[in-house]
Design a protein around this ligand. Structure first.
Ligand SMILES: [Zn+2]
Length: 384
């Protein structure tokens, strides 16, 4: 990681970067629409092919798009290198571009569906590789970029491929959005997902109320118990985010289903809280409670390797002219959780600065494009 031969900081063009981001943003790609996501994968594949990257495209499954892996034109296939991660899917439905998220630039702010999370960052990965090809230079380590089609739903079909690619990585750079104020991410909570199915007994709510066993009443007690696991001091949060139950207002409900989101900062807490949730029992002996699920993304803590990588990036940012800070433990998960949990130094949140991920005011800051692209280029040319 020693930076011995500091080359001149290359000139990168903000207008050109934005034009490229715009092409990718205008190809709308909601996670659950494999056809739409693959149209963008086609475009990215064509871009990467043009710069001579070696490509592997793995067909999608379970209704998701394809996973695209690119290898820099230089560097041996079997050599450990740098893995850049980006996702091509967004949370926005088709049509957001024409209505709620029109592509537009207002001063320093640029709006568009998924522009901040994370098409700007994903494009920067491509742009950095293109920069080396154009300037006829190579990097000390081979560079691989992996584009994920369903990160926004937890990367269920690509996790295995990410972990396989990570085995060949000395470092992982995740192009998820920077936090407001140019901050990057060096620690993320783990994410757990659970479903609880509560079965009671249906009955006429007027005539035979006493024969019924309300699944919703049981659910109410379960919800309080689950939400009660939240402990801000320890960094644990639980959220019963979805609830479905009952069949009619005059029927004692026989079924109620809950979906639960869990966030935890450490592997130990992940294990203990998961066991607790999976072990929840019915209060009413005549109801049954079944819980399924578990940790989807393991916690990602700032270990020594991550701290060193961050310090290195901080030094490079200083040369470029900005002060790179990291955010304390964030509750949002990313594909960086997988690679960091494997012990590979992972630096996340290297994409464009902005605000409003998933929100109506989702935007990037135009002024962050060049410094962040420069930082990525410098990381690629100095990591060894
Ligand atoms: Zn994202």
């Amino acid at each position: 990681m020693n930076d011995t031969t500091r080359s001149n900081i290359p000139v990168l063009d903000a207008e050109e970067i934005l034009a490229g981001i715009r092409r990718w943003v205008e190809m709308e790609s909601p996670s659950h629409d494999a056809v739409a996501v693959n149209r963008l994968v086609d475009m990215v594949e064509t871009d990467l092919r043009r710069i001579g990257a070696k490509l592997t495209r793995t067909p999608g499954r379970d209704g998701f798009g394809d996973v695209l892996e690119a290898h820099s034109p230089w560097g041996r296939e079997d050599e450990k290198g740098i893995l850049i991660l980006g996702h091509l899917d967004t949370v926005h439905p088709i049509g957001a571009l024409a209505t709620t998220h029109r592509f537009r630039k207002e001063g320093d702010k640029v709006f568009g569906p998924g522009i901040y999370d994370m098409k700007a960052g994903s494009f920067m990965g491509y742009y950095a590789l293109q920069h080396f090809v154009r300037t006829g230079r190579t990097t000390p380590l081979p560079v691989r970029i992996m584009y994920i089609p369903e990160e926004e739903v937890g990367s269920p079909t690509s996790r295995e491929l990410i972990e396989k690619a990570a085995l060949k990585a000395k470092y992982v750079l995740v192009m998820e959005p920077a936090r407001e104020g140019n901050k990057c991410v060096t620690a993320r909570k783990g994410v757990g997902r659970f479903e609880m199915r509560i079965t009671g007994k249906a009955a006429h709510s007027g005539a035979r109320h006493e024969d019924g066993r309300s699944a919703i009443k049981e659910a109410a007690r379960q919800i309080l118990a689950i939400e009660g696991l939240t402990d801000y001091a320890k960094g644990i949060t639980t959220n019963v985010g979805l609830i479905k139950g009952g069949s009619g207002v005059n029927v004692v409900p026989a079924l109620c289903e809950l979906e639960i989101d869990l966030r935890v900062p450490t592997a130990e807490l992940a294990e203990s809280v998961t066991a607790h949730i999976l072990g929840l029992k019915s209060h009413d002996p005549d109801c049954t409670v079944e819980v399924t699920g578990g940790m989807n993304r393991p916690p990602y803590g700032k270990n020594e390797g991550i701290a060193k990588l961050f310090e290195h990036a901080k030094g490079l940012a200083k040369e470029i002219g900005f002060d790179l800070q990291d955010v304390p433990l964030t509750g949002g998960g990313s594909d960086g959780n997988f690679t960091a949990a494997m012990g590979i130094p992972t630096l996340d949140g290297l994409g464009a600065d902005g605000r409003g991920p998933h929100a109506l005011d989702e935007q990037i800051y135009y002024s962050s494009l060049v410094p962040h692209a420069q930082l990525l280029v410098r990381l690629l040319e100095t990591l060894r």
